[in-house]
Design a protein. Structure first.
Length: 293
């Protein structure tokens, strides 16, 4: 088998493909990125994935790693999206079979994993971690991965259901009713009477001295810190890493997250870090996972 593993990293607005050589000083080789409309029909979505895959020029003996957001049946390679606001057209679609046919590779060549798990494994692999790592991706919502000894942990009483923080609650409501793009925009609108396109604008207004924007962010991310703290205790986390689009505002988010953690943690404060490139980490992590097969 070639040392270069082809990887597809699928997000709500893009597909990135890369050839990854985990033995190289810089593991990320040839890269292809295309915009993706996750609200499009199945043919359009799969067409974009196939375009990116074909442009990689993967060796015929390659095993593919495909990082996909959930809900997704990662063993079967079938979409389970329903009323989640993205990829609904892939509900029940055999993505593995479609990739195998379109890219002309055997179906067994394709291995799927959760995108947050791919990110977590990439942070682990690049950071040469030795402790227990929890990763949170802050984008449209909250993604999570729990990593121990280079393996993701998604079962047992030390992690949330399926290791997904978005299945947890805060003050009796789903966590993402408090910490998500829509929740933060809604909170700011309620306080200010102004509806902005997204969290980026709330961050910009906070940095410019807007008190309502600062409070919307402080409230959301203090809640995130307090909500994840019990799981850090249970998992015995030594490190807590952040990625995703909202992590670019770390200077604004970090004080609130730290305050939330301090209010609820019983174990020592974990080392907090921000991945400089979430996409790169996910590509490397997907290859790191697939290499074991």
């Amino acid at each position: 088998m070639t040392r270069q593993l082809p990887v597809l990293e699928v997000g709500g607005s893009h597909v990135t493909g890369a050839l990854i050589d985990l033995g190289a000083a810089d593991p990320v080789g040839r890269t292809v990125r295309r915009p993706l409309d996750s609200s499009a029909d199945a043919a359009a979505i799969m067409g974009t994935l196939l375009e990116v895959g074909r442009r990689l020029g993967a060796e015929p003996t390659s095993a593919w790693a495909v990082a996909f957001p959930g809900p997704f049946d990662y063993v079967a390679g079938v979409g389970r999206f329903a009323d989640v606001g993205k990829f609904d057209a892939l509900y029940g679609v055999d993505v593995r079979a479609a990739l195998a046919e379109g890219l002309e590779f055997p179906a067994e060549s394709f291995r799927f994993l959760n995108d947050a798990d791919a990110f977590g494994l990439g942070v682990w692999a690049e950071g040469e971690q030795t402790g227990r790592l929890v990763c949170l991706t802050l984008g449209t919502g909250v993604g999570s991965a729990f990593v121990a000894d280079g393996l993701t942990v998604d079962q047992g009483d030390t992690v949330p259901p399926d290791a997904e923080m978005h299945f947890t609650t805060w003050q009796g409501k789903p966590l993402e009713d408090t910490v998500s793009h829509r929740a933060i925009v809604r909170a700011y609108a309620a306080a200010s009477g102004v509806t902005v396109p997204g969290v980026r604008e709330v961050v910009q207004r906070s940095r410019a001295g807007d008190a309502a924007a600062a409070e919307a962010l402080r409230s959301a991310f203090t809640a995130l810190g307090a909500a994840v703290a019990p799981w850090l205790d249970r998992f015995g986390a030594t490190d807590l890493a952040f990625g995703g689009s909202m992590a670019a505002a770390w200077d604004v988010l970090e004080p609130a997250i730290a305050a939330g953690l301090r209010s609820a943690l019983h174990s020592p404060m974990p080392r907090m870090l921000v991945a400089p490139d979430t996409e790169r980490a996910a590509l490397i992590g997907a290859a790191f996972s697939a290499r074991r097969y």
